[in-house]
Design a protein. Structure first.
Length: 241
């Protein structure tokens, strides 16, 4: 993996609240700038309320400018965060503006500046993978590739949390579609997940524009997801806190 260079001057800075999604700014390029903090909290809270702990290994697909990585990197044990992002400048601007070089040195996150997991020959055995607003830009070829590759790198009790846009018809195109979006039927994603040995289910967790879904290995413990709303109270009660 080619690591970012901590301490390099950021290409962009500031909150970019007047910019549009996809604009050339580290906060705008990854989505509406006004939702940058909301999306960070949404993802982090979902993962922690479904059992994420500091010793788990997390794969952040399309980690971008570390919108959620800025919360996950300090939370997880050193070396337990892996981010995949083909746009290196986004990661380096995220480090410069949101994380800082000292935290990178302390927590030792791993980054791969590619658009697949081909760089990783040995299984990563991650406990949790997350793909927020990635499948909403993937043609069917890329989406199925991600499901196959992530499945191969999940631990036996691991799971992928991902968002997508729901439709009654499947997008028929291929490749990466950005900043435009694509939509799929839940039944199609369930079928593709099964082909990769993954169980599919929709999640009742708020997203301002998309639908959260879970793609889990057979050994995944879904007790915090099934049988009622996902919540911190359910987790804390189970943990005996």
């Amino acid at each position: 993996m080619t690591q970012p260079v901590p301490g390099v001057a950021p290409k962009t800075h500031g909150l970019a609240l007047d910019m549009k999604p996809g604009d050339e700014h580290y906060r705008a390029y990854v989505g509406p700038p006004r939702d940058y903090d909301l999306v960070s909290a949404m993802v982090f809270n979902l993962l922690t309320c479904t059992g994420l702990r500091q010793h788990h290994r997390v794969l952040d697909i399309g980690c971008g400018s570390l919108r959620v990585g800025r919360l996950l990197i300090p939370y997880l044990n050193a070396g337990h965060y892996t981010g995949i992002e083909p746009n290196r400048w986004l990661v380096e601007d995220g480090i410069a503006n949101e994380v800082g070089s000292d935290l990178v040195r302390i927590k030792q996150p791993v980054f791969s500046f590619r658009d697949s997991l081909d760089e990783f020959q040995a299984p990563l055995a991650v406990d949790v993978a997350v793909a927020q607003s990635i499948f909403s830009h993937c043609g069917h070829d890329l989406l199925r590739q991600w499901l196959s590759q992530v499945s191969a790198h999940l631990a036996g009790n691991g799971a992928l949390f991902a968002t997508f846009l729901v439709s009654t018809q499947d997008f028929a195109g291929t490749g990466w579609v950005y900043p435009g979006c694509v939509k799929y039927r839940p039944e199609t994603l369930e079928e593709w997940a099964a082909e990769c040995g993954l169980r599919f289910r929709l999640l009742d967790w708020f997203h301002p524009r998309q639908q959260w879904a879970l793609f889990s290995r057979p050994g995944y413990d879904a007790s915090l997801i099934d049988g009622g709303p996902i919540s911190w109270n359910r987790l804390a009660t189970r943990e005996g806190r």
